[in-house]
Design a protein around this ligand. Structure first.
Ligand SMILES: [Zn+2]
Length: 404
């Protein structure tokens, strides 16, 4: 006689193994697209499914498997609105009315219903679609919700506990796909003037622009190690009318082709064209350029670096969540690359912030020694300074603004 526990475990595993993988992939793709656009995912369900909805929303606003910036996953199960709407209107409207409040075109409503017929969830799904949002449903093999949904993840059984186990498993897999698509790459963000190339103030002639001689080789090493190289540069000379977009394009084309001369690659060039007094969100130390690059290149800033020569560069890197390295005073971009690659090879626990401040100001030969020693230590520095906590979330308080 079969042990009833083993029998139920096999039954659950059997149901889970029959979930259509393409539906989970399609659900993940919908979320990836929405998050890339800056939209949010809104989760809902009743009872145990409400807890599942909260759980999965938290995998996005918190994290699933990797340390990365927060994603906007919210859940509609807060007790005050649910009871207020239930009391003043009808329990059938507790999610629909919150969808009216929060859901915008391009958002995604993620709906959990074991039966697929929870009236309040179906009404909310219909409202979300009417507002131009996409709907993902997680249900058993029954009910109306999957007909309303753009992507239906169907757990192929009508057994309530098996359905709920199935959609938790499918949802977790979906989280992993989204996370690695949006944050799978490492990058080195790098300033242009005085970091990659000598600074020619408001350079308006491509002939006057050249990378430092050792830079193409250093970029090639980053490319070979799998890093994306992304230039982020303030170019207020454009806003001041000192040169044209055509000139800037020509300078950047020259920069990119010089970088390629040693076999490396600059994967992206982002510039802020605004004057400081315009108050834009892209002039460093603000992080608009970084957030766009993160989105465009699927970069995890928490596993990336910022290299530059100024306070603004360092603040930009810290706010984005990167480890930072300051050049100048004898330390060059090549030193930064030595540090980045040496640290990675030896699996050092890197400080996200603060390293540059510690070594800044030392003579260059001492600095090089510190760099090489740091790269061989297990953990460095042992205590982060107050103004440079290791975790970006601590710097930013309540969370990480994914999009401006
Ligand atoms: Zn700007």
């Amino acid at each position: 006689m079969t042990d009833p526990i083993s029998s139920e475990l096999s039954e659950s595993a059997g149901v889970i193994s029959r979930i259509d993988p393409s539906s989970v992939r399609a659900a993940a793709d919908v979320l990836i697209e929405a998050f890339r656009r800056g939209n949010q995912a809104i989760f809902m369900g009743n009872g145990g499914s409400s807890a599942d909805a909260q759980h999965i929303a938290a995998e996005f606003s918190g994290r699933y498997l990797i340390d990365r910036p927060a994603l906007p996953g919210v859940c509609l199960s807060n007790i005050a609105p649910v009871t207020a709407i239930g009391n003043d209107y009808s329990y059938d409207l507790v999610f629909k009315r919150q969808i009216e409040a929060f859901c915008r075109e391009g958002d995604v409503a993620v709906c959990y219903s074991t039966s697929g017929n929870s009236k309040n969830v179906v009404l909310a799904a219909e409202e979300a679609k009417a507002r131009g949002a996409k709907v993902i449903s997680f249900t058993g093999d029954c009910g109306r919700l999957k007909e309303v949904a753009d992507v239906a993840v169907v757990i192929p059984t009508r057994s309530t506990p098996r359905v709920q186990e199935g959609y938790l498993c499918a949802s977790h897999i979906m989280c992993g796909i989204v996370e690695s698509a949006l944050f799978g790459s490492r990058a080195v963000f790098v300033d242009r003037d005085d970091t990659l190339a000598p600074n020619v103030p408001y350079c308006s002639d491509p002939a006057l622009f050249d990378l430092y001689g050792d830079v193409p080789e250093a970029i090639a090493r980053l490319t070979a190690a799998g890093y994306k190289v992304i230039v982020v540069t303030n170019q207020s000379g454009l806003g001041r009318g000192y040169f044209t977009m055509g000139t800037l394009d020509a300078i950047h084309s020259k920069m990119v082709s010089q970088a390629e001369s040693a076999g490396g690659r600059i994967d992206g060039v982002y510039f802020c064209p605004h004057r400081p007094d315009e108050g834009c969100g892209c002039r460093k130390p603000r992080i608009g350029m970084g957030l766009r690059a993160v989105r465009d290149h699927g970069v995890n800033p928490y596993r990336s670096f910022m290299v530059g020569d100024s306070d603004a560069d360092m603040e930009f890197g810290r706010r984005l969540g990167c480890s930072v390295f300051r050049v100048g005073g004898g330390a060059t971009f090549t030193d930064a690359v030595d540090f980045i690659l040496g640290a990675r090879r030896r699996r050092v626990l890197l400080p996200r912030v603060g390293f540059c401040q510690l070594i800044n100001g030392l003579p260059s030969d001492v600095r090089r020694l510190w760099i090489s020693q740091a790269a061989t230590r297990r953990s460095f520095p042992p205590e982060p300074s107050k103004e440079c906590p290791r975790r970006p979330s601590a710097v930013l308080g309540t969370g990480f603004p994914f999009w401006p």
